[in-house]
Design a protein around this ligand. Structure first.
Ligand code: PLP
Length: 366
């Protein structure tokens, strides 16, 4: 499908490369344009790039009432050749369709999703924030637009892609200090048969209360357990992992209550290059805690696009008990995973075939 360009006049667009002074932070800035495509009469139509701005939407739009809305999150990086490269976008497109299936949204051809993102980045390439560790954060999302108040799948949707120039998550020295996680028996992110394996907007609304509770315990986020409070599932916006003293990385098995992190999948695929075995298994909470206390588990953390790897220094239970991983400092294996992964993203180390894709210069000028 051919993408139409309805761009801002040159006088209203960025004309020089964005070179911000301080760290621009995450998710606050926008670029000049967004990509839109609509679903009506049973098909996705009218792919277009237009100026970034508000949507016109009926108050009865079904997304506002029943939350039929899903999203993705990915990043693009600038390499030393001055070009912008995306990282595993096809995996995001695949997962968008999995999320869509879970909340009854019609799929979008994966290549079309990837093409839409590339076209938008190409148009707004001058917005890439030129500073150490920065990226263009990519936020594709789909929401129901039909003006109808019955609880059933909408027959109309909009697919939108927006970009946010974002700053480095960590300082130039690498990974930050570890965080504390609240092991919650009170809040649950997902149950079997529910929407946990999707990036459905409602999952994140439901996590806000748990996040507030975590803050009351001095924790950064909640470590979610399954609904029987016996197995470790994942963190609010990251998959959980731990590392045994022989270096094996263990990620909880992907079930229908866990989001299939692209970072986790990539770490599994990279195993050999990271010099360690990476495997998935069911992780029982009691054994996990006992193994930390016995020194069998030496590092732990979360995998996700935002931070790549976020080390966990300690866990706190609701009764105030604290369990510290090792001596609480960031371990060498986490540092290595972070280094290898970010070097691949930045083009400083060869990534497996197809992971890194150049954004071609095809947009109309002027
Ligand atoms: C619930 C949840 N789990 C895990 C992840 C990590 O997934 P990814 O590595 O694809 O960013 C995210 C973030 O996207 C998330 O929201």
């Amino acid at each position: 499908m051919e993408i139409k360009y309805n761009l801002k006049p040159a006088s209203e667009r960025r004309t020089e490369q964005f070179k911000p002074e301080g760290n621009v932070g995450f998710g606050k800035l926008r670029t000049d344009h967004m990509f839109l495509m609509d679903y009506r009469d049973g098909e996705w139509v009218d792919p277009r790039i237009v100026p970034y701005g508000p949507f016109e939407m009926a108050p009865g739009a079904m997304t506002l009432h029943y939350g039929q809305s899903i999203f993705e999150g990915a990043k693009a990086f600038k390499h030393d050749d001055g070009e912008i490269y995306t990282f595993r976008l096809n995996k995001n497109a695949q997962r968008m369709n999995r999320s869509a299936d879970i909340v009854c949204i019609p799929n979008i051809d994966e290549q079309l999703q990837v093409d839409a993102i590339n076209a938008l980045i190409d148009v707004d390439r001058l917005w890439f924030p030129e500073q150490d560790g920065a990226c263009l954060y990519i936020r594709p999302f789909i929401f129901a637009t039909e003006d109808r108040l019955s609880v059933s799948p909408s027959e109309q949707y909009t697919f939108c892609v927006m970009l946010s120039p974002s700053g480095a998550y960590y300082s130039a020295d690498g990974v930050n200090e570890g965080i504390r996680l609240l092991i919650s028996t009170e809040f649950h992110r997902a149950v079997s048969g529910g929407t946990g394996a999707s990036k459905a907007a409602g999952n994140y609304a439901a996590s806000l209360r748990a996040g507030k509770a975590a803050a009351e315990y001095g924790a950064a986020q909640v470590l979610y357990l399954d609904s029987t409070n016996t197995q470790i599932e994942e963190v609010g916006a990251m998959n959980h992992f731990h590392i045994l003293k022989d270096g094996t990385v263990i990620i909880p098995e992907f079930t229908d209550t866990i989001l299939k992190s692209i970072t986790s999948q990539s770490i599994m695929e990279l195993g050999e290059q990271l010099g360690c075995e990476v495997r998935q298994e069911t992780v029982m909470l009691d054994k996990f805690i006992a193994d930390i206390e016995a020194g069998e588990i030496v590092e732990a953390g979360g995998f996700g696009t935002a931070a790549v790897v976020s080390p966990v220094s300690s866990y706190i239970f609701e009764d105030g008990r604290i369990v510290t991983v090792g001596d609480g400092s960031v371990g060498p294996r986490i540092k290595r995973i972070y280094q290898v992964y970010t070097d691949m993203q930045k083009g400083l180390m060869a990534a497996p075939e197809g992971w890194v894709q150049k954004v071609e210069r095809v947009a109309p000028q002027g």
